[in-house]
Design a binder for this molecule. Structure first.
Ligand code: BES
Ligand code: ZN
Length: 637
């Protein structure tokens, strides 16, 4: 094997070493050639600045992973074999993304033989990682890379047995979105491309390994697991979980995986997933991924859910006992259309994934539970959006199309992409009417299936398929205000929930001193009504009022994580320190970013930075690397 140093030098001399920042300009506009591949053809315009990959010239088409899941060393160790095709027949190199990977060797396949490849690993960038540039040979069709991950890989969380509920076995789970697939394997880590994949994982024999791919729930537990994902997916949907995981079926093609302690409760909580699938299919066409399973992860999972294909990853905080938080399941399932089937071409277009999905989620919730619940969820979201807009660091971050100069794709995943995005679609729905808008969206998902789409592609599609037929329903200025303008356009729908209005009336009465908290009849309140009541408490509410509420309603220590979070936010703002022990317990056991980022931020903003730091010092080791990075940032001076 040739020494790496030498290669780096020779490539640098050739001017081929990718350097610190990725190229952005020079759209290639070349159409891919027609080699045998199931992946749809499209004009490639390199508009993702968060990848080093030269995907406008050469594209991966398939990934095969053969990995040991080594819990002792906290690494994945083995081989990644990559099939690729040239888009530009003069392409001389294949550029892959890597981050915190140790590359042991690279070989290239040409004329039926594997040969040592000439390659170079560029300098490390804190966000982007390192470009791996491999010189291509004329007729080469594959490369294979012997590598291992780092115990610090941001996309992998390794839990010790003590950190699991069962306490006996270790646990591993991945989180590739947005740009952490590159911490799991060398890959072209951009949502603009698609790959199929196969994998073999070796774990200790007591454990079960799962991936975002086909899996037989009855596979023998022998420590060797094989997977195949025949539908092409964007790389951020690559996912792994391994642990002492059990399975429970919900129907013949939907089920839930979890540690034993929460398995039955999860199957019960998510028992309406089959109806969600039925409604989703009725509205937007067939589910195209085979099985739909869910895995309830340990509480350090930093998201509510992650739409890994065939296997949504979920936080255990959804298992509230009353199905009140299942909109997250509707959301992750909805990504099977918006996001997984039709994918944002770059993270600047994240609203095409998350806004569409939040919209579809709400339509499915409405179909299943009726308009009142759907409107309550819209109203709660709208409260969140207004707060998000007020807190936005700069106006460009409130456009649906995110600015070119984002520092990290995470900046695109705010209430703007989700809720402003969804509200843009509510607006279009209202203008064109469901009778036209529903078939339009169904057709959009079908005609763009397994493709990447930009905001501009969507606007063109909207124009061609709908707007041109009803030109007087919408002006270009109205549309631009939503997509390229700041804040919430005044054409936005105002969700009006009767249930919430009643709650607000009661709240006003109580605040005015007309009645005592203990005399409020809350027996029929849903979690949503509680959230509305708590979230809309006025700024500057007195400690006495908070204490009165707490005594009447037992809010401190509540088991519903959403309610607890809403309450602790108010307690922090109102300096109601009675919650301290329960809040500490919450921060020590829940790693869901949506809650803990804002709780730490509020503690810091309200003079409790020191206490926040002391809790974080103890909680940090249990948090996911993604959450650690974010909270380090929030708490830094
Ligand atoms: N795809 C997201 C999670 C995500 C976002 C991962 C950004 C990495 C980067 C997922 O579909 C999601 O949106 N989850 C939400 C739930 C939803 C109901 C708003 C969450 O985690 O809270
Ligand atoms: Zn989502």
């Amino acid at each position: 094997m040739t020494a790496l140093k030498t290669i780096t030098v020779s490539l640098a001399v050739l001017g081929l070493v990718a350097c610190g920042s990725p190229e952005t300009g020079n759209p290639a506009n070349t159409t891919e050639n027609s080699e045998a591949s199931s992946i749809p053809e499209r004009v490639i315009q390199k508009d993702d600045k968060f990848t080093y990959a030269n995907y406008d010239k050469v594209q991966m088409t398939h990934l095969d992973l053969n990995l040991d899941v080594d819990f002792d060393r906290k690494v994945l160790d083995g081989m990644a074999t990559i099939d690729f095709k040239k888009i530009d027949k003069n392409a001389k190199e294949l550029v892959l993304d890597t981050k915190d990977l140790t590359i042991e060797s690279v070989q290239i396949h040409e004329g039926g033989k594997w040969k040592d490849a000439t390659y170079a690993l560029a300098e490390d960038d804190e966000i982007m990682g390192q470009a791996l540039t491999i010189l291509l040979l004329d007729k080469a069709d594959k490369v294979r890379i012997d590598y291992e991950t780092s115990p610090e890989a941001e996309g992998l969380q390794w839990l010790t047995p003590e950190q699991t509920a069962g306490k006996k076995h270790p646990y591993l789970f991945s989180q590739a979105q947005a740009i952490n697939a590159r911490t799991m394997t060398p890959i072209q880590d951009t949502p603009a491309i698609r790959i199929t994949y196969t994998a073999t994982l070796r774990t200790p024999p007591e454990l079960l390994a799962l991936m975002s791919a086909n899996q037989d729930p009855n596979t023998p537990r022998d420590g060797e697991y094989s997977f195949e994902m025949p539908q092409p997916i964007p790389p951020y949907l690559l996912a792994i979980a391994a642990g002492d995981i059990q399975f429970k079926a919900i129907n013949d093609h939907i089920g839930v995986y979890a540690e034993q302690y929460i398995l039955d409760a999860s199957a019960e909580e998510f028992s309406e997933t089959p109806q969600m699938e039925v409604e989703n299919e009725r509205l937007y066409g067939p589910y195209r991924w085979g099985r739909y399973d869910m895995i309830v992860l340990p509480p350090s999972f930093p998201y509510g859910g992650m739409e890994n294909p065939r296997l949504s990853f979920l936080t255990p905080t959804l298992v509230a006992g009353d199905k009140s938080l299942t909109n997250v399941v509707a959301h992750e399932l909805a990504h099977s259309w918006s996001g997984n089937l039709v994918t944002n071409s770059s993270w600047r277009d994240a609203w095409l994934n998350e806004g569409f999905t939040s919209y579809v989620e709400n339509r499915v919730m409405e179909a299943l539970y009726g308009p009142e619940r759907a409107i309550m969820e819209q109203a709660l979201d709208m409260e969140g959006l207004k707060r998000g807009l007020a807190e936005a660091k700069r106006p460009e971050l409130t456009h649906l199309k995110m600015p070119e100069d984002m520092k990290h794709p995470d900046e695109a995943f705010t209430s703007v992409s989700y809720i402003k995005g969804a509200n843009f679609l509510f607006f279009l729905e209202d203008r064109f009417g469901r009778e036209h808008f529903d078939p339009f969206l169904k057709k959009y998902f079908d005609e763009n299936a397994f493709k990447a789409v930009t905001t501009e592609d969507f606007i063109k599609y909207l124009h061609d398929e709908l707007h041109s037929k009803f030109p007087d329903k919408l002006t270009r200025a109205e549309l631009d205000a939503w997509v390229y303008g700041p804040g919430l356009p005044d054409t936005a729908r105002t969700p009006k929930s009767n249930a919430f209005e009643k709650v607000s009336e009661i709240q006003s009465g109580w605040l005015a001193g007309d009645m005592a908290a203990k005399d409020i009849d809350t027996s029929n309140w849903s979690t949503h009504e509680w959230l509305h009541f708590i979230n809309t408490l006025p700024d500057g509410i007195s400690k006495g009022k908070l204490a009165e509420m707490d005594e009447a309603f037992n809010l401190t220590g509540t088991q519903n994580a959403e309610t607890a979070f809403a309450w602790y936010m108010q307690a922090i703002k109102g300096d109601y320190q009675v919650v301290s022990n329960d809040l500490r317990e919450f921060l020590m056991t829940v790693g869901r970013g949506k809650f803990i980022y804002r709780l730490y931020g509020a503690l810091k903003a309200h003079g409790q930075g020191e206490w926040a730091n002391s809790v974080y010092a103890k909680a940090k080791a249990g948090y996911h690397p993604i959450a650690q990075r974010r909270i380090d940032d929030i708490l830094k001076d």
